[in-house]
Design a protein around this ligand. Structure first.
Ligand SMILES: C[S@@+](CC[C@H](N)C(=O)[O-])C[C@H]1O[C@@H](n2cnc3c(N)ncnc32)[C@H](O)[C@@H]1O
Length: 272
């Protein structure tokens, strides 16, 4: 059986544009390769302490990682003494995350949950929610994006923040794919390429050193669209960073990082 069949995109892979398909895309084979694709050590080096510093600056302690994946950020934050609850909708991802935690002497608190129904399974309120690694792009309808952002908003304390990142799809849609892969995709000899891009789909192909290939179908989110949705579900202030602050890059960033604040300030207009 070929890898593509295992991932099961059907006869017309570019027709697969739905928010439920991520569970099948992150099958066991792909999840197992994921940590090769995203080398933890290089990733930690390229990110530096960006997220840790942003969270500490705001006094955040209780963190909900809604896109845990194989656990990179959950583990980093737990090791930095934050209280972390780790969720993801894909069971294979959470199993791998738990195993990664154990190897580092951590017992992770994991919950399998889809963002669209987050508050059905998550209780309590958090100082911060993180949704990192270009995860939000898995949602294909505006209805699902609004619902998920509203669920994130509801799970935050009154002065909580949401940190959500995304690929710079504006650059890909407007100028083609030129990502330097400096951030996130740091594994050796792994090629990541958008095989198909249109206004409603970015289909990325991942080729591993053993020539195995996997695909992810994602929605190409424009930066200002995401900022607008965040405001519309109630976030008061949205700050957007290009890559990480201390980037040496002068051209277009590969990733954007949005920090959305829930805190309501009397008399203050929400930005842009
Ligand atoms: C690209 S991976 C990123 C994982 C991790 N944050 C990282 O940076 O390595 C995206 C993750 O989002 C999860 N995901 C996608 N859509 C989801 C949804 N609707 N509800 C819950 N998890 C979802 C996937 O299962 C996957 O683990």
């Amino acid at each position: 059986m070929s890898t593509q069949e295992e991932q099961n995109f059907g006869a017309d892979p570019t027709a697969v544009r739905n928010s439920d398909h991520y569970v099948e895309e992150y099958n066991f084979g792909f999840v197992d390769k994921w940590d090769e694709l995203i080398d933890w050590k290089s990733r930690a080096e390229s990110e530096g302490d960006f997220f840790i510093e942003e969270l500490r600056k705001r006094g955040a302690e209780k963190i909900l990682d809604v896109a845990t994946g194989t656990g990179f950020h959950s583990v980093r934050l737990a090791e930095a003494n934050f209280q972390v609850v780790s969720c993801d909708g894909a069971p294979e991802m959470l199993a791998k995350a738990f195993e990664n935690g154990r190897q580092r002497n951590l017992i992770m608190r994991t919950v399998q949950v889809d963002w669209r129904w987050l508050n059905r399974d998550i209780h309590g309120h958090y100082d911060a929610i993180i949704c990192l690694g270009n995860s939000f792009t898995h949602l294909f309808s505006e209805k699902d994006r609004r619902k998920s952002l509203a669920e994130f908003y509801a799970a935050l304390k009154n002065d909580g923040i949401l940190i959500l990142d995304q690929r710079n799809y504006d650059a890909i849609l407007d100028h083609g794919y030129e990502s330097s892969h400096t951030y996130y995709y740091c594994g050796d000899n792994i090629s990541v390429y958008p095989e198909h891009v249109d206004d409603g789909l970015a289909r990325f192909k991942y080729t591993f050193p053993d020539q195995q290939t996997y695909y992810l179908n994602m929605f190409p989110l424009r930066k200002n669209y995401v900022r607008r949705l965040m405001h519309e579900v109630g976030f008061q202030k949205v700050e957007t960073f290009g890559d990480f602050q201390e980037t040496y890059k002068v051209e277009q960033p590969d990733f954007y990082i949005h920090i959305a604040e829930k805190r309501y300030v009397e008399g203050e207009d929400v930005d842009g």
